[in-house]
Structures are given as C-alpha cells and as structure tokens.
Design a protein around this ligand. Structure first.
Ligand code: C2E
Ligand code: MG
Ligand code: MG
Ligand code: MG
Length: 287
C-alpha cells in the first residue's frame, strides 16, 4: 500500500497514524475522567433457559456515556484501557458495580439471578486480582455462586498447571467460571478438561451461521457434544432469529443470549423486563 500511495504515501500514513494516536489519546484521557466522574455504567442482557424460556442469568456489559460523543461501546475502549494501565480500575469498578446491583435486586425481591461479568486477561493476571475479588465479594454480601466470571481463550496461552491453580482459587471462593467467545481463539480439549469451568459461551460468529452453513452447524454440534461430555453447560450468544433458537434447542444448547430474547438494558429497564417476565413465566430460577 505504501508503494501504491506513491511519493506522498508518508503523508497518508502519517495522517492516519495521527488520527489513530489522537483517537487513542482521546480515549485514554477521557477514560481517566470517566472513571473519576462516574461516566461508566453497566447494561444487563438476559440469558434464558433454552427449553423453558425462563430467565436464568444475565451478562453485565460496560458502557461509557461520554458527555460530548454519547454512548461509547466497550470495543472502543477496553483495549485502550488494557494498554494504558486503566483496565485495573475499570475492572474493579465493573465488578463492584455488578455485585452492588445484584445485591440491590435481591433486596427488591428479584432474586436468584446468575450474573456474568467479563474479566480481561490482563486484569486476571495481576497479582492483586484474587484478593480484590474476595474483598469486593464479601463487602457486597452477594452469594458468590451467583457470580460468573467470563474469561477468554487468550488466558489459555499460559502454563496449564499455574492457570488451573489460579482459576481454582476463584472457584474456591464459590464463583463460577465461563469461557467466553468459545471457538474464536486457542483452546484444546486438554485445557478444557483440566480447568474448573462451568460453562462455555459459543461465539456469536458461529451462531450467525446456523441453520444453513454446514461449517457453522458442525462447529455448534461439535462444541455442544464436547462441552456436555465434559460436564459443561453451554450458552449461545448472539441469538437473533427464531430458526437459530430452534436449531440450538434441537441440539441441546442449555441457554440462549441475544437480541431475539432482549438487547442489553440499563439496570432499571432490566428490572422492569424481569418483573414482566416473572409475570408471564412465573417464578422459577435455577442458577
Ligand atoms: P462479549 O463478552 O462476547 O459480549 C457479547 C457482545 O455481544 C456484547 O457486545 C453484546 O451487546 C453483543 N450482543 C448480544 N446479543 C447480540 C446479538 O443478538 N447480536 C449481536 N450482533 N450482538 C449481540 P458489547 O456490549 O459491545 O461488548 C463487546 C465486548 O466488550 C464483549 O464481548 C466483551 O469482550 C467486552 N466487554 C464488555 N463489557 C466488558 C467489561 O465490563 N469488562 C471487560 N473486560 N470487557 C467487557
Ligand atoms: Mg462476555
Ligand atoms: Mg462473547
Ligand atoms: Mg466478544
């Protein structure tokens, strides 16, 4: 591309690079302020039992309400936060807020929800991560079994015995562990078998291919049978259509998450959705 751009190619690259850098700076400086001034908030997306359609869990997803730019999605700022050392305070805020909200729902009589929280690999690998999680959990008074940490396959690059031990320290606190975006990165059967996971989340890129794409169907069928053989529960993410739900139901997928069920919602809207759901489905939550 440098050659195609000819003599002035450097100008092209340099302005693109400047734009990239200034965008990064914009995010980085803004994020410090966002953390200090409470511009971050969480949305919650329901997870339902595939067969009964009942609410069983939710995933907490961070958003940034920027005073000038409006809503900024996590894809725009998580990687920057990881690069500039802000993932630690950001992750701490997310976990604290998720626990606080779960407790608030319990106090309102909206009880038994299992709440999944995304954990960046960088955050997980910090030495202070475990004690921090323990302190936040105990200060919040939530039942640890109702919190599920979503980790990604990038963690699986590290030495198995060490990783397995560190994950075991989290499950010893009572927490559940889910492997997010399953199938998009590096995971081997050997790893999955030896880690204390409860759940796999099939990535939405595979869900998008069913029914119809032979590859997509094969990957989902194989993931489900492998996960179930290993005693893991499976949630499919990015479920947008009824034929996807039907495919997942007929292949035994345990839980569904996606726009077909509901979009991520702020805490109040999620509470309203939940009450309405209980009205329709009756109260039965099985975490
Ligand atoms: P993820 O953990 O895989 O989250 C699922 C993403 O899929 C979310 O995007 C969600 O809004 C989106 N989604 C849900 N249902 C559908 C659907 O039916 N169709 C489509 N096309 N998308 C759907 P979101 O909220 O933009 O988050 C993107 C990623 O940012 C997350 O992917 C996660 O990796 C990261 N993230 C979000 N919140 C946090 C957080 O609190 N901490 C960390 N470390 N990462 C986070
Ligand atoms: Mg996730
Ligand atoms: Mg995911
Ligand atoms: Mg993702």
């Amino acid at each position: 591309a440098a050659k195609d751009a000819g003599r002035n190619g450097w100008r092209f690259f340099s302005s693109e690079m400047n734009e990239h850098l200034s965008q990064r700076m914009f995010i980085e400086t803004g994020l410090r302020r966002a953390l200090a001034q409470g511009e971050l908030f969480l949305q919650y997306q329901p997870q339902v039992d595939t067969r009964s359609g009942r609410l069983v869990g939710a995933e907490a997803l961070v958003r940034w309400a920027h005073p000038e730019r409006g809503l900024i999605a996590p894809d725009q700022f998580i990687a920057v936060a990881e690069d500039c050392g802000l993932i630690e305070p950001l992750g701490r805020w997310v976990f604290t807020e998720a626990c606080r909200q779960l407790r608030a729902w319990e106090d309102e009589g909206l009880s038994g929800l299992q709440l999944a929280v995304n954990i960046s690999a960088l955050e997980f690998n910090r030495p202070g991560f475990l004690p921090q999680v323990r302190d936040i959990l105990s200060a919040s008074g939530v039942n640890p079994a109702q919190i599920e940490l979503e980790i990604t396959e990038s963690l699986l690059m590290q030495s198995l015995p060490e990783l397995s031990e560190r994950l075991g320290e989290l499950t010893a606190l009572g927490l559940k562990l889910a492997l997010d975006d399953f199938g998009t990165g590096y995971s081997s059967l050997g790893y999955l078998k030896r880690l204390p996971l409860s759940r796999l989340k099939i990535d939405k890129s595979f869900v998008a291919g069913v029914p119809g794409s032979p590859e997509g169907e094969a990957i989902i069928r194989a993931s489900l049978s492998m996960a179930h053989d290993l005693g893991l529960d499976v949630v499919a993410e990015g479920v947008e259509a009824e034929d996807q739900r039907d495919f997942l139901l007929s292949h035994g997928c345990d839980r569904l998450q996606g726009y077909l069920i509901a979009r991520p919602m702020g805490a109040d809207a999620f509470g309203d959705w939940w009450r309405q759901h209980l009205h329709v489905h009756g109260k039965a939550m099985a975490p």
